[in-house]
Design a protein around this ligand. Structure first.
Ligand SMILES: [Zn+2]
Length: 453
């Protein structure tokens, strides 16, 4: 493989390019270093041989776009990533400073090393490598690198909607998140969506003495708990009318894929920090990929400090998140939740704090197996296909707004510590990531000869 030789010859220069990007702060939550990083990414696309590069402004942070056009007849793959990072706090827990990339024990340590600069740079450098090896690409490649992923991609849906024509593609390819627990590569075919709400119950105008006002003042904590107990039964089934109406059952093929995935209950227990959980492999992946959650993320009311304080709280709040599966619509579920509250506790306020649509790509598509094979060959480990990620990503902008298939193939190690101090990327994963993307480009180019995506 010619491109393997080029990756080997350029190990140092490629790492230096990654270091340059990692040194540039780009904290979207604090608005730090954003335009500078967008410029830098645009420069990296150009130096990879992509001529058509544009920085497109949005309401907040600009999107960096690039296009390498071969021919109108060739297939097109759009690569998505983000150049923004999470704040590095708490700084004192970093062994080396977050924006001074450092290699220790075969890992690059820096904020953004895994999430997502290391992974998106692997994609950009793959294009560079391929062009150097073959003189051109066998397919059209487009890049969308946004600067707001770490704040929930608020402008991405509108951006994709506005630039539908420019972004036209046959498939979307993303490298983000970690690989499977024991270092196996995985091709993810979707994500769960999200509905985040806050419910507030109010009693008196202020906290009251629990003796002098006991049995007289209303207690909103009980009111909220009673309401919550009407929402879920003892088996964990959500009792909100219509909650499960649009849940799609897994297909035969998806169940087969689950059956092939690795599973070790001890590993799962260790990762969760609870050795009392019991799951079969089938139930574990079903619960993670195909079933919605109904989670209490936080409950706040009254006195939570040291010792005793005898009050009747004036207010109780609960934050809840629901991970939604295909074909649940977060806005519709919100309305159903609101109706439920209206019926059982009309005084409780319901506020929507955030939504994300679920997304799924059919496991039957031709290009999925070649992508799996590409990751397997590059990483030298058996690669798997997982029908959905348990978590959420703005993947629906591709599958629902653009209406194209989308896959996520993580290159980062499971312990990348993204969002935490000492974020890192295993050095070899960076190079293997470059190799994987090269192979994917080559394989999609092959498909182009006879198959359709
Ligand atoms: Zn992140």
């Amino acid at each position: 493989m010619e491109f393997k030789r080029i990756i080997d010859e350029n190990r140092e220069t490629y790492m230096a390019e990654l270091f340059e990007v990692l040194r540039q702060e780009s904290i979207s939550a604090e608005g730090r270093g954003i335009p500078e990083c967008a410029e830098l990414m645009a420069g990296k696309l150009k130096s990879a041989g992509i001529e058509d590069v544009e920085i497109i402004e949005t309401e907040y942070n600009p999107v960096v776009c690039g296009e390498y056009h071969v021919s109108d007849d060739a297939k097109t793959m759009l690569i998505y990533g983000h150049y923004d990072v999470q704040p590095p706090d708490p700084l004192e827990e970093w062994v080396s400073p977050p924006f001074e990339p450092t290699i220790r024990d075969g890992r690059v340590y820096a904020r953004g090393a895994g999430d997502n600069k290391g992974q998106i740079m692997a994609q950009i450098l793959a294009v560079k490598t391929y062009i150097e090896a073959e003189g051109s690409l066998p397919i059209n490649v487009k890049f969308v690198i946004e600067g707001e992923e770490e704040t929930g991609s608020p402008n991405l849906p509108a951006f994709v909607e506005q630039h539908k024509e420019k972004l036209e593609t046959d498939l979307v390819y993303t490298s983000d998140g970690p690989m499977l627990a024991d270092g196996h590569p995985v091709v993810l075919l979707g994500v769960r969506g999200l509905l985040y709400v806050e419910l507030t119950a109010r009693g008196s105008q202020f906290d009251n003495h629990s003796g002098n006002k006991g049995n007289i003042a209303r207690n909103p904590a009980w009111e909220l708990m009673n309401l919550l107990s009407t929402m879920k039964d003892d088996n964990g089934r959500v009792l909100i009318e219509g909650f499960y109406d649009n849940v799609l059952p897994p297909t035969e093929k998806e169940l087969e894929l689950i059956d092939r995935l690795p599973f070790d209950l001890d590993d799962v227990s260790r990762n969760i920090g609870d050795d009392s959980i019991e799951f079969t492999k089938a139930d574990y992946y079903r619960a993670l990929c195909f079933e919605p959650t109904f989670n209490i993320a936080g409950f706040t009311s009254g006195y939570g400090g040291e010792g005793a304080k005898t009050i009747i709280p004036a207010e109780a709040k609960v934050k809840m998140d629901m991970r939604l599966v295909m074909d649940q619509d977060p806005d519709e579920i919100f309305e159903r939740l609101r109706n439920h509250v209206e019926k059982h506790a009309p005084d409780v306020e319901v506020e929507k704090l955030g939504i994300m649509q679920p997304s799924r790509t059919s496991s039957e598509l031709e290009f999925i197996e070649p992508i799996r094979r590409s990751a397997e060959k590059s990483f030298g480990r058996e690669a798997f296909i997982q029908p959905s990620l348990g978590g959420s990503l703005p993947d629906a902008v591709w599958t629902k707004i653009l209406g194209v298939p989308s896959v996520v193939v993580p290159y980062a190690n499971i312990d990348e510590a993204n969002h935490s101090p000492n974020e890192n990327l295993v050095v070899e994963h960076f190079y293997k990531g470059i190799e994987t993307t090269c192979r994917v480009i080559s394989e999609i180019g092959e498909l182009d000869q006879g198959y359709s995506i």
